[in-house]
Design a protein around this ligand. Structure first.
Ligand SMILES: Nc1nc2c(ncn2[C@@H]2O[C@H](COP(=O)(O)OP(=O)(O)OP(=O)(O)O)[C@@H](O)[C@H]2O)c(=O)[nH]1
Length: 323
């Protein structure tokens, strides 16, 4: 084989290699004109090498942030050090559609991009090579795992019957509120409330009817509180609420409103309507509480007083019944 044919054949398989590789290969001159544009880039951009070779990259891809991209390439040209752009920083450099539009949940191709210097014989970097990797599958998998984790975390905080926070998470929030209150000494109240004679509801109408009453009460609690209030199911038929930015006077008004709402309510069950009432204990935070639990205990004592005082009433800690 003569030398020319040998060179040509080598060039041919090198072209073949560039063409079949599932990675985008772009070679850029110092002025950001394109010197190499492989098959992958052509397939995904629909721009043929003949349309782009010798042309300025940004003139054909105005979506690339020129200032940012040049800043990335600067150390590659000037110091010969490679640069990396990962999809988590910027989902893509070239806005390509996904190559699997049916199976992929993404509208565009997520890309990892590597930029490295192509040194001349003298060691000078005249050109740089930009490699574009399609990482859509990894990105989608990671995002779906993150979504699942977030969902799992949310589910693990929620009480299945009522949709309010469960005891564990409510307690966590309560501890957090307590620590914040110790620092800032704001107006914040804790409420404990409990359905009156709930055992009788269960005994008379059955456990399922009891569950419906618990669910209904949770709904009324949600209705009567602000979005910023932190409502949780503390035990079977016991609920706990944190009212941020609330004095005991305002908490009392809110609690009274809820108590009345409940006393007027009736839960439809089979062909009857179940009436029920609640008792409520309130404790406003003071920095005298050396531990979070002491604050909650005061709310619980107030609740106990409300029960002792005849039920269907609101009691403030360190104060008599309101009714
Ligand atoms: N249906 C239902 N009942 C529950 C649930 N959790 C606890 N209970 C019941 O709630 C009742 C609570 O009864 P007690 O603690 O004696 O209090 P009470 O009958 O409400 O009386 P007072 O609180 O003193 O007014 C018990 O019968 C428990 O079995 C639940 O998730 N669903």
């Amino acid at each position: 084989m003569n030398k020319d044919i040998q060179e040509l054949s080598e060039l041919h398989w090198q072209q073949d290699l560039l063409g079949s590789i599932e990675v985008g290969i772009v070679v850029l001159e110092k002025d950001f004109s394109v010197a190499v544009w492989n098959q992958f880039m052509e397939n995904h951009s629909s721009v043929r090498p003949s349309q782009i070779i010798g042309k300025n990259l940004f003139s054909l891809f105005p979506e690339i942030d020129e200032t940012w991209f040049k800043r990335k390439c600067d150390p590659v040209f000037n110091m010969g050090s490679p640069a990396f752009i990962i999809w988590e920083q910027r989902p893509y450099v070239f806005k390509f559609g996904t190559s699997r539009p049916i199976t992929s949940a993404s509208d565009y191709m997520y890309q990892n991009v590597t930029i490295f210097p192509l040194a001349s014989i003298t060691g000078e970097t005249q050109r740089i090579c930009v490699l574009v990797y399609d990482v859509t599958d990894q990105a989608m998998a990671k995002q779906s795992i993150e979504g699942l984790n977030a969902r799992l975390q949310e589910v693990s905080r929620i009480d299945g019957l009522t949709g309010l926070y469960n005891r564990r998470y409510w307690q966590e929030r309560f501890e957090r509120e307590y620590k914040m209150a110790m620092r800032n000494d704001p107006d914040v109240c804790a409420i404990m409330l409990d359905i009156d004679h709930f055992k009788k509801v269960n005994d008379t109408h059955g456990h399922h009817a009891g569950d419906l009453v618990i669910k209904r009460l949770a709904k009324l609690i949600t209705l009567a509180t602000r979005e910023t209030d932190i409502c949780g199911r503390y035990g079977g038929e016991e609920f706990a609420i944190i009212l941020p930015d609330t004095t005991e006077k305002t908490a009392k008004i809110m609690a009274e409103r809820l108590r009345k709402l409940v006393s007027l309510d009736a839960v439809p069950y089979e062909d009857i309507k179940i009436k029920y009432t609640i008792s409520i204990g309130i404790a406003q935070f003071t920095s005298d509480y050396r531990e979070a639990v002491l604050w909650l205990e005061d709310a619980d004592k107030a609740l106990y007083e409300a029960k002792e005082g005849g039920r269907n009433r609101v009691v403030l800690a360190h104060e008599g019944s309101l009714e």
